[in-house]
Design a protein. Structure first.
Length: 202
């Protein structure tokens, strides 16, 4: 009898473990609580030799194409449609909207991921001083930090050590390369208010 009970218990545990694995493996889609999103950064930094370092507050606003998305690398998730800068140390202009938001991957174990990784392409801006103007068009890697319950807590921009630059008019750009970074993370909220946004796997 003890042997039969032990075998039954082992079979039950194996079934439960298999069900958990199947559930995790089948989490192919991302489900987001709202398609309208906003992220605000304090003091991003853009530097170029001859111009010093440009510092600005940066706010990104945009929308995602759907509340449910497949986890397909490089798939287009949505657009950044509005970019605001404030408190800039140099003249800065945002160009070529909308910027594209694409899925890169995740970190952690399904379904409890800790990072949602995306990239922003067609990112385009100009900045300058004393008549010099530089154009920068990086492809920016970003990470959404995610709590166990699904809430997105912050957005971090991955540093770009070398940023290709080209002339944007005026006297041209005094440097062919620069750098771009955000020393602190940006907030993540629903567009238009301070409500949280959450991401779950289904």
């Amino acid at each position: 009898m003890p042997t039969r009970i032990g075998a039954t218990l082992a079979a039950t545990l194996a079934t439960l473990m298999l069900a958990a694995l199947i559930s995790s493996a089948s989490a192919r889609n991302l489900s987001i609580s709202n398609q309208q999103i906003r992220s605000a950064f304090r003091s991003i930094e853009i530097g170029a030799e001859g111009l010093g370092t440009q510092r600005c507050d940066l706010t990104l606003e945009g929308s995602l194409h759907s509340r449910t998305m497949l986890k397909v690398v490089n798939s287009l998730m949505g657009y950044i449609t509005r970019v605001n800068t404030a408190n800039c140390s140099l003249t800065m202009a945002i160009l070529s909207l909308p910027w594209h938001v694409r899925y890169v991957g995740f970190s952690g174990t399904l379904p409890n991921i800790t990072l949602l990784m995306v990239k922003i392409s067609r990112f385009s801006f100009s900045f300058g001083s004393f008549g010099f103007v530089c154009l920068g068009e990086p492809e920016v890697e970003t990470n959404f930090n995610r709590e166990a319950g699904g809430r997105l807590t912050e957005l971090r921009i991955t540093a770009i050590p070398t940023l290709p630059l080209r002339s944007g008019g005026g006297f041209g750009c005094p440097s062919s390369t620069g750098n771009f970074r955000a020393p602190t993370a940006g907030t993540v909220t629903l567009l238009g208010n301070s409500n949280d946004i959450s991401v779950t796997l289904i």
